[in-house]
Ligand binder design. Structure first.
Ligand SMILES: Cc1ncc(COP(=O)(O)O)c(C=O)c1O
Length: 394
């Protein structure tokens, strides 16, 4: 074991308990994240919630700084929100959709995003158009270009890495098309953050939504939304702003605040804000070696699983990531997940209603999902594959 790997594992209490291959669900928090959260809760209990927040003002500001650094933005572009879904919804609500307005998206977009588009269709007459896939899977940028040119969409929204497959969509190519056409672009980077390098300028996006608890290894219940200078200069703001996002300057007057803060709510779980900051700093410290190792471990796991009788690997696309999905013969993925959990191996399953289009295209009803991270070991992967094999063939 390398010294880095030994340190990452020593700093991750959960490594001693389980083989955690559910980093796409919620990763194991490293000690510095845990400590940041519990120390602040302790302060709240001793000082009072508002007083503890005042005392932690500098550390709270440091969270914006660290998160901005992660995606190569500045703190004024960061809005801290409860989760990726809230960030995505806040961004969507910045658009005054009219009946007939088109949103272009992909066939692999996240279930809740698809539900929001459908809800906008029912409430506001928005038309949803899904770009075609490449033959090997993943959105075809040329199809987006054609739709952008033919339909002049109000917005293009794309999930970078879907929840139930190891696919990585070419969000940068789509971003270049949107920027050239002057069409706003929203990226769901929920599964990308912490497993892929992110440079928002290279993605050409107006917005990018994320969550802390997945590959970034932060706590549950917090995420952030990146809002570009372009969107801020346009005067974009969420439909419903509160006193964090705007000042009430007269009985009938509101004045938006300057930065992405206008997309936030006033009330915050400060302990989670500090946990997010610690997770961002931890990820920056681990650096690119973490991204590479997660991808390499996943590729090795995919190869091992492909050799197991009764198991078919299901990840499509030119580029694949640290999410490995398989279809299984004989036992449903949801049941296998529970059996593996009972043996100390954490995985996850994706049901049909979580990925309707993708699973229909693959001709299956659900998948079992393994999502390793850089702190996992080859031995853990071997043990997980053996456990799966034994459950399938006992
Ligand atoms: C691709 C993708 N987008 C968005 C989300 C939603 O994230 P959250 O639950 O933090 O709102 C998920 C959660 O699994 C996801 O996988």
């Amino acid at each position: 074991m390398t010294s880095d790997l030994a340190r990452w594992r020593a700093e991750t209490p959960g490594c001693a308990e389980r083989i955690h291959l559910n980093n796409a669900g919620a990763s194991l928090m490293p000690r510095p994240v845990l400590d940041a959260i519990t120390a602040h809760l302790d302060q709240e209990a001793r000082l009072g919630g508002y007083e503890a927040a005042d005392a932690a003002a500098a550390q709270i500001a440091a969270t914006y700084q660290a998160v901005a650094e992660l995606i190569k933005a500045t703190p004024r572009n960061i809005a801290l929100v409860e989760n990726a879904t809230v960030g995505f919804a806040q961004a969507l609500s910045a658009f005054d959709f009219r009946p007939g307005d088109v949103i272009v998206t992909s066939r692999a977009d996240y279930v809740s995003n698809q539900l929001m588009f459908l809800s906008l269709g029912a409430r506001q007459g928005v038309v949803v158009r899904r770009a075609a896939d490449l033959p090997e899977g993943g959105v075809d940028p040329d199809s987006v270009r054609t739709m952008v040119n033919d339909r002049r969409p109000r917005l293009v929204a794309l999930t970078w890495v879907p929840t139930g497959s190891g696919l990585v969509q070419d969000v940068a190519a789509v971003g270049a098309i949107c920027e050239a056409a002057g069409v706003p672009y929203l990226i769901d980077a929920c599964q990308a953050l912490g497993q892929l390098p992110i440079d928002v300028a290279a993605l050409h996006c107006d917005y990018l939504s994320t969550t802390a608890r997945k590959f970034l290894r932060g706590p549950r219940g917090i995420g952030f939304l990146y809002v570009s200078d372009r969107a801020l200069a346009r005067g974009d703001h969420p439909l419903l702003v509160d006193m964090r996002g705007a000042d009430w300057t007269g009985p009938d007057l509101l004045q938006l605040v300057d930065g992405a803060r206008r997309f936030e709510n006033w009330e915050k779980a400060c302990a989670l804000v500090l946990g997010l900051g610690a997770a961002a700093r931890y990820s920056l410290q681990v650096g690119a070696v973490g991204f590479e190792r997660a991808g390499t471990l996943a590729a090795g796991l995919r190869r091992r699983l492909a050799a197991v009788p009764g198991v078919r690997t299901m990840d499509w696309g030119r580029q694949r990531c640290a999410i490995v999905t398989v279809a299984t013969d004989g036992i449903e993925p949801a049941e296998l997940k529970l059996r593996l959990r009972a043996r100390g191996v954490n995985t996850s399953s994706t049901a049909h209603e979580d990925a309707v289009i993708d699973l229909d295209a693959k001709g299956i009803k659900s998948v079992l999902r393994f999502s390793p991270h850089y702190y996992n070991t080859e031995e853990e992967l071997d043990n997980a594959v053996t456990a799966l094999q034994e459950e399938l063939h006992r």
